[in-house]
Each structure stands twice: as structure tokens, then as C-alpha cells.
Design a protein around this ligand. Structure first.
Ligand code: C5P
Length: 400
């Protein structure tokens, strides 16, 4: 329900600005209060007169106007949500870099409410690496991105980059307002990424884990209101600024940090691909190449999850991951039992589903009763939502 919600719409210079007229109409019809801020470039695409008539409020564009000053701080504080639709490539780049050269950017930078953006651009701009970087950056600041659509573009080409349709944007807002924060009193600890086990100052033993699944899980828990701590091995990913992130490199550092954090956690998800073995001796100087073969003496790392299972408190839910290449289900069930877990998530691993590095995955959640539930193939972000929903609906997070 959007009745009584205060929605601040930011419009930037894009052909899709014409759709903002319909967005405002739909919001007003739904009973929301709407104010509009636009960039100077947006005025070339849509008339402020139409927008002010529909929104029933003055439309603001300039930081200063003759002898008056637009109070961007007050606007950012007035809103329950700020929606930037359409968000042009240029305004996206400014958001990513904190550039404050117009009223819309000043309002965005002072907004204390959640910010949702609906990007709109031509396909080649959409696929440019700088656009991807900027989107990742603004997402890591905590902004939510409404996915673009594929279809006919202003250039006449067909492809990705079209702004989502007004009806979709409205239902996205409704969903966002109505998602109950079911885990708002829970502390969650998530581990993600690989560990690097040093051989010498320049070499290590590692694995292909990208950290994408763990980061997505951390964000899904955060979206359900949980207080989330993420312990991450080396990755090139960024995370919402309200999630506490602790960077580690080796399994030993991960063990140390997990043990420091575990007591406060109600839910622990060990998604990290922790190395099972590490070099017994770490050489202090780079090991020289010679003409013979080289063998390394390896020793077992501490199984962190196993240690957590031994000390699991009654209020705690402990969930691990498994990746198996044979006898998948049986091996995962054995780990579930041996490590005293409440559930284990088995990755499907084959040529079509390489798991590591991919944006998509297929999983099976196995409960301690041995009941199995399959999810996917779908994006890791969608699977992360499934995992969190599964924990909530099966009451795995509640004390027994
Ligand atoms: O026994 P296996 O390594 O296959 O179990 C995988 C699960 O155990 C994952 O949840 C992983 O994060 C965790 N693990 C761990 N410490 C290790 C190795 C794996 O916590 N040294």
C-alpha cells in the first residue's frame, strides 16, 4: 500500500523521462504524496508544468533561484523513499562519485531515506564497463536498482537498457514498502569467498570461489532486517555499507574472526570455500625454481564449521555448504550430521553449473531431518532470497 507514503521522484535527462508522468499519476492515484526534483537536462525531455500539475507540488530544479535557496536536506528528510526514474548514465556516474553539481544530486547525497533507481540508457552504454562499475558502486552504498528491460530503445535498436515500465516500478515500490523485516532482532554471521594459504611471500594455495553466493546471502539477510556481519576472503565484491565486513586472507584468520564473532550470532552461514589444507611451513623468502620437481608438505586446516557445531548454543542456527563431485546427497547428509548442522546447502556441480564465479547456481537444502528441497537454476541473488525465506518459513531461526 502506498497510501500516505511520501515519495520523492528524481528525474534525469533521458528519453524515458516521459514515463515519469505516468509514474506520478499512478502514485497519486495510489494515495501517495509526491514531490519532484529534476536535473536541468531533464527539462528538455519533460515539462516541469506537467509534473507539478500532476504531483500537486512545485517541481524543483535549481539549487538557487534568484534570492532563494532550495533546501535539499529538508527534501531528503521529508521522503519515505527517493525514486530516481529515469536514472541517466550521467547521473549514475555522479551518484557513484559523489558529484554534487545540481539540486538532484544534492538531494540524493543528503537523503536519509532508502533510494531506489530505475536506470535508462541505450544498450551499448548499459553494457559499458564503467556503467557496471558505477551500478556496483551505488549498490554498495545501499541503493536499490530496479532491473532494466530488453526491448526497443530510443536509438531504434533492440536490446537491454530500457527503463522498467511504470506499472512495474509501482509494484516494486509496493513490494519494498510491504516486505516485513522478519529478522530485525537477529544477528547473522556469514562467511564468503576463498581463503589463500601462503606458500611463500608471493605464492598461495587457493580456489576459484568468487564470494558471490555469500555476499548475496549477507544482503538478503540485511534486507530482512537482520544485523549482518560478513567475514570475507579475498574477492573483488563490494557490500552494503550497513553490513559489517571483516576481511581475512587465510583459513587461520577466518577461524580467528569467526570465533570472535560467533557467540553473538543467532544464525551462522558458512558459505566460504575454506581451504582444507595449508602448507606446513611458510617460507619467509620466495622459493627458488630449480630443475627438479617440487613437492609441498601440507597439513589440514581447522574445520571451522565442525568447531562451531561442537559449541553451538541453543539459540543458534548453523548452516554449512557442500560441494561434491560424487555421491553428492549422501556425502552432504554425512557432513550435516558430523558437523551438527541445522541444514546444509549442496551446490550442484557439473559442466553446466560450474558454481565458482558464475552468477547462477542450483542448490539443494537438506534439513537435519534429511528432507531435501531443490532451488534453481537461478541467479545467486534469487537463491540467496530463497535460502533466507526457507530459514524464515521453516522457523530454522527460532529457538527450540
Ligand atoms: O567438509 P567440507 O569442507 O566439504 O564442508 C564444507 C563446509 O565446511 C562449508 O560450509 C565450509 O565453509 C566449511 N569449512 C570450514 N572449515 C574448513 C573447511 C570447510 O568451516 N576448514
Amino acid at each position: 500500500m502506498l497510501t500516505g507514503k511520501k515519495i520523492l521522484i528524481g528525474i534525469s535527462g533521458s528519453i524515458a523521462a516521459y514515463k515519469s508522468i505516468l509514474i506520478i499519476r499512478l502514485l497519486i492515484k495510489a494515495g501517495a504524496e509526491v514531490k519532484v526534483v529534476m536535473t536541468p537536462a531533464a527539462k528538455d525531455f519533460v515539462s516541469p508544468l506537467v509534473l507539478s500539475t500532476l504531483s500537486k507540488n512545485d517541481v524543483l530544479c535549481e539549487l538557487t533561484n534568484n534570492d532563494s535557496w532550495a533546501n535539499h536536506v529538508a527534501l531528503g528528510r521529508w521522503a519515505d523513499v527517493m525514486l530516481l526514474a529515469p536514472l541517466s548514465c550521467n547521473s549514475l556516474a555522479k551518484m557513484a562519485n559523489g558529484i554534487c553539481d545540481n539540486l538532484l544530486m544534492a538531494v540524493y547525497l543528503s537523503a536519509t531515506c532508502p533510494v531506489i533507481v530505475a536506470p535508462a540508457m541505450d544498450e551499448d552504454m548499459w553494457h559499458h564497463p564503467s556503467t557496471k562499475n558505477n551500478l556496483n558502486r551505488i549498490q554498495s552504498f545501499g541503493n536499490t536498482i530496479i532491473p532494466v528491460e530488453s526491448g526497443e530503445l530510443a536509438s531504434g535498436l533492440f536490446g537491454e537498457g530500457r527503463m522498467a515500465e511504470p506499472e512495474f516500478i509501482i509494484s516494486f515500490l509496493e513490494k519494498d514498502f510491504n516486505t516485513p523485516k522478519l529478522l530485525s532482532n537477529k544477528k547473522v554471521l556469514v562467511t564468503a569467498g576463498p581463503t589463500y594459504e601462503a606458500i611463500d611471500p608471493v605464492r598461495y594455495i587457493g580456489n576459484y570461489s568468487s564470494g558471490k553466493m555469500g555476499y548475496a546471502i549477507a544482503e538478503s539477510f540485511y534486507n530482512c532486517g537482520a544485523d549482518v556481519t560478513l567475514i570475507s576472503g579475498p574477492t573483488n565484491l563490494s557490500i552494503h555499507q550497513n553490513i559489517k565486513k571483516i576481511n581475512i586472507t587465510s583459513s587461520e584468520e577466518m577461524l580467528h574472526q569467526v570465533m570472535l564473532q560467533q557467540q553473538q550470532a543467532d544464525i551462522i552461514i558458512m558459505c566460504a570455500a575454506v581451504a582444507d589444507y595449508k602448507p606446513s611451513i611458510v617460507a619467509s623468502n620466495k622459493i627458488k625454481k630449480n630443475n627438479t620437481n617440487w613437492s609441498l608438505d601440507l597439513e589440514k586446516t581447522t574445520d571451522i564449521l565442525f568447531e562451531l557445531g561442537k559449541i553451538k548454543a541453543t539459540h543458534q542456527t548453523l548452516i554449512g555448504f557442500a560441494l561434491e563431485t560424487n555421491n553428492e546427497l549422501d556425502n552432504a547428509k554425512e557432513k550435516l550430521k558430523n558437523k551438527n548442522l541445522d541444514a546444509i546447502i549442496l551446490n550442484k556441480f557439473n559442466q553446466n553449473n560450474p558454481v565458482f564465479g558464475s552468477d547462477e547456481n542450483e542448490i539443494t537444502i537438506i534439513e537435519s531431518s534429511n528432507a531435501t528441497h531443490r532451488f534453481g537454476p537461478k541467479t545467486k541473488k534469487a537463491l540467496a532470497q530463497d535460502i533466507v525465506q526457507f530459514i524464515i518459513s521453516n522457523k530454522l531461526h527460532e529457538e527450540v
